[in-house]
Design a protein around this ligand. Structure first.
Ligand code: NAD
Ligand code: DAU
Length: 360
């Protein structure tokens, strides 16, 4: 049975990935999820799988080298999928230190622990082991409003403390391949959306605020462009890169789905209007009047756009969920999980861990 060590599995993409993997492989795999549970980590995201015999949760900080080494010593780990990170650009502008600690030093701890566990006395590595660093398109910097794209060969030019810290973790991973032939891949994905996304990010924030008749803050002129991908498509791409990716290679992941922020907000408002029944009192609250232009994000990247040609050609991955379908699925999920959103916005979700482990 193949054993996966997933870091940051209680966050947005990590929890979706764990669900995806259990849906796909069932009892054929074992997953160990290591997460320190920052504000972004929520074990409610994994309620459906927490009792699976082939799932284990370990609360630990990826910067804690002793705790991470212990996991490798006690388990024969075959795959590492390294999601754990501080992930929100606005927070990085206010408080960069924790981004460097987790995203750079934490990544180094993960690389060293995997290397120590997998390296053979002659400096080669055990067969069929792989570490995947989940990077971001933000390492490439920003594009203008033309029809140019980020390729795997695009030079790095990160602008925010977040993207600079992710670029550092990314380059460390690459350096471990170049120096030691450490078995790894790097994936650079565009903006994700879907279930369990924390409502500090644009799409869940707009859905949540609109349903309560609260202001929808638009940074700057609202014309910054992001390239949106449904989170299950990202999970699938990561799995395919783990299985088919050539060692040491980087793969861009994106859906050719570029939209201005203001377009996204209009699509969400229209979709909410379409999906809410007339009898629902929230329907009257959902209105374009909520759109509020606010001061721009400092150093705001103008446009991200991924060229996913390499992953398509070499690995056969392509995005399956069109935006119109993905946004409906996401909104439907939020309709069906009002308690999840209430627990997150009230802070109650942080009590879940204590509750869950009280009787164990
Ligand atoms: P998230 O903020 O929702 O989740 C991050 C998770 O990491 C949380 O569960 C948190 O508790 C955990 N974590 C943070 N610091 C930790 C530490 N020191 N030790 C252990 N666990 C820790 O993030 P996300 O949006 O799910 O992103 C996951 C990864 O994907 C990140 O590496 C991010 O850079 C990358 N990524 C995100 C997107 C996106 O659109 N969200 C796109 C491309 C790449
Ligand atoms: O591109 C991948 C990246 O996407 C990931 O690496 C990051 O972890 C993830 O957070 C995301 O970064 P962004 O900064 O692009 O996402 P965010 O949802 O914060 O913002 C999306 C766009 O919307 C961005 O141009 C800023 C704008 N925005 C955001 C918020 C929260 C607003 O106009 N208003 C808002 O309230």
């Amino acid at each position: 049975m193949r054993t996966y060590l997933v870091t940051g599995g209680a966050g947005f993409i990590g929890s979706n990935y764990i669900h995806y993997m259990f849906r796909k492989y069932g009892e054929e795999i074992r997953i160990i999820n290591v997460d320190v549970l920052t504000y972004a980590g929520n074990l409610e995201n994994l309620k459906d799988v927490e009792d699976y015999p082939n799932y284990t949760f370990v609360r630990a900080d990826i910067c804690d080298s002793e705790a991470i080494t212990k996991i490798f010593e006690e388990n024969d780990i075959d795959r590492v999928v390294h999601f754990a990170a501080e992930s929100h650009v606005d927070r990085s502008i206010k408080n960069p230190e924790v981004f460097v600690k987790t995203n750079v030093l934490g990544t180094l701890v993960m690389l060293n622990a995997a290397k120590a566990a997998w390296e053979l006395p002659d400096g080669s590595f055990k067969e069929n082991k792989k570490f995947l660093y989940v990077s971001t398109d933000e390492v490439y910097g920003s594009l203008d409003d033309g029809d140019n794209y980020f390729y795997e060969t695009t030079p790095f030019s990160p602008h925010s403390p977040y993207s600079a810290s992710k670029a550092s973790g990314d380059m460390l991973t690459k350096a471990y391949f170049d120096t030691y032939k450490f078995p790894c891949n790097i994936t650079s994905c565009s903006n994700n959306y879907g279930p369990y996304q924390f409502p500090e990010k644009l799409i869940p924030l707009v859905i949540n605020n609109a349903l309560q008749g609260k202001a929808l803050p638009v940074y700057g002129d609202g014309k910054n462009v992001r390239d949106w991908l449904y989170v299950d498509d990202h999970a699938k791409a990561i799995d395919m890169v783990q299985e088919k990716g050539k060692l040491g290679e980087r793969y861009n992941i994106g859906g050719h789905n570029e939209k201005q922020n203001i377009e996204i907000i209009h699509i969400i408002l229209d979709t909410l209007q379409e999906m809410l029944p007339d009898s629902d009192p929230r329907k009257a609250l959902v209105s374009e009047k909520l759109i509020t232009y606010v001061t721009d994000r400092k150093g705001h990247d103008r446009r991200y756009a991924i060229a996913p040609d390499k992953i398509k050609a070499e690995i056969g991955w392509y995005p399956e969920t069109m935006f119109a379908e993905g946004i409906k699925k996401t909104i439907q999920w939020f309709f069906e999980h009002e308690d999840w959103m209430k627990n997150v916005t009230s802070g109650d979700y942080q009590k879940y861990y204590e509750e869950m482990y009280k009787n164990k």
